[in-house]
Design a protein around this ligand. Structure first.
Ligand SMILES: NC(=O)c1ccc[n+]([C@@H]2O[C@H](COP(=O)([O-])OP(=O)(O)OC[C@H]3O[C@@H](n4cnc5c(N)ncnc54)[C@H](OP(=O)(O)O)[C@@H]3O)[C@@H](O)[C@H]2O)c1
Length: 322
């Protein structure tokens, strides 16, 4: 099979050994994969794959089931599926635990379905399972126009949670307001705290934060009593001082969360939630994959540069030739 191999910091589409299929796993002929910010970090050596995962980049894909290992009943050869991967998506074939595979929602193409698994799993897991977001609770989504952010805005809109976004440009803000965010702030104009406090004078209930150190103080200041801060990334640094007083007095919970290194059982539980809660909303046309651009996988280098430019709204998809 062909796969993307990193050589001298270039991404090359070249021959690579196909993965072995074991019991409980599914082999997928990949038609499309999608880029996640983590891929850029993995490429530069900062986010190695967890033990046992493919060294090839790619945390999600959509394609057609080629074969199934012993004990798999969830899907069968010929099914159009998408999957949440621990790696290996930038390839013609991938092997993944059956619990991380879902049939694609009716009405979507394989290219569209490739943009779903990682960002909807991340948004749903962290907002509704980790933070336990309740009806009507107010949310802040930092990097609101990112893949994760655009998935999260739509979940909040459909599940009844008003949300506020921060992001990098007025154009991105307009895109997020159109998707259902109530208000937002362009991060290059200073600290978001004042704008957020006028949107939610009593504080917000949940913050989904991929930024970390740079936003920590303002995040804690803006949380309401019993607010939850879910840290999912460190784009703004890993070291900061916490005012433990505000954590204590407001009974704030600070939750660190990564998806990739979780067990198959934990990831399968998230995928089951997507199938029962999110897939019907997609099939009703209420939620959709937000795709910024599609590149041929042989242009993965250019696609990575596009993501790194911070100009994308939603996902960048890589199409695999058939
Ligand atoms: N923990 C997990 O399990 C998990 C899973 C998936 C993703 N994530 C994290 O979630 C974040 C979004 O991922 P994605 O793949 O959806 O990203 P993406 O689509 O590539 O978007 C990332 C956006 O973040 C903003 N950004 C970049 N550097 C920033 C900085 N220093 N401070 C604030 N904002 C910055 C930029 O938008 P603006 O210029 O518009 O702000 C950029 O377009 C990443 O940090 C990723 O690592 C975590």
């Amino acid at each position: 099979m062909k796969a993307i191999v990193i050589a001298d910091d270039k991404l090359l589409w070249q021959e690579s050994a196909p993965p072995d299929l074991r019991a409980g796993e599914v082999r997928i002929a990949v038609h499309a994969t999608a880029i996640n910010r983590a891929d850029l970090v993995q490429r530069s050596g900062g986010y190695p794959p967890p033990p046992g995962a493919s060294p090839i980049m790619g945390l999600e894909c959509a394609g057609v089931v080629m074969e199934t290992g012993d004990g798999v009943s969830r899907v069968k050869p010929g099914d159009a599926v998408c999957a949440l991967l621990s790696g290996g998506g930038y390839a013609e074939q991938v092997v993944v635990a059956a619990g991380q595979v879902l049939k694609i929602p009716q009405g979507l193409s394989l290219l569209e379905a490739a943009a779903l698994p990682e960002v909807f799993a991340t948004a749903y897991l962290n907002l509704y399972m980790e933070a336990g977001l309740g009806a009507g609770e107010r949310v802040v989504l930092h990097a609101g126009a990112s893949g994760v952010g655009t998935a999260a805005i739509q979940l909040c809109r459909e599940l009844g949670n008003p949300c506020f976004v921060t992001l990098g440009s007025e154009q991105k803000l307009q895109a997020c307001l159109k998707l259902g965010a109530q208000a937002g702030f362009v991060r290059h104009q200073g600290n978001f705290q004042q704008a957020l406090q006028s949107w939610a004078p009593d504080g917000v209930d949940v913050i989904l934060d991929p930024v970390g150190a740079e936003y920590l103080e303002a995040n804690l200041n803006c949380l309401a009593i019993e607010g939850r801060l879910v840290l999912i990334g460190l784009m703004g640094g890993a070291s900061a001082q916490i005012n433990l007083g505000s954590l204590l007095m407001k009974r704030i919970r600070l939750i660190g969360s990564t998806l990739r290194a979780r067990s198959v059982a934990a990831k399968s539980a998230v995928m089951d939630q997507l199938e029962s809660v999110v897939w019907p909303l997609i099939e009703q046309g209420k939620i959709k994959p937000i795709i910024d651009t599609t590149f041929a996988i042989s242009d993965a280098d250019a696609a990575h540069r596009h993501v790194a430019s911070n100009e994308t709204v939603g996902k960048v998809v890589l199409e695999v030739p058939q």
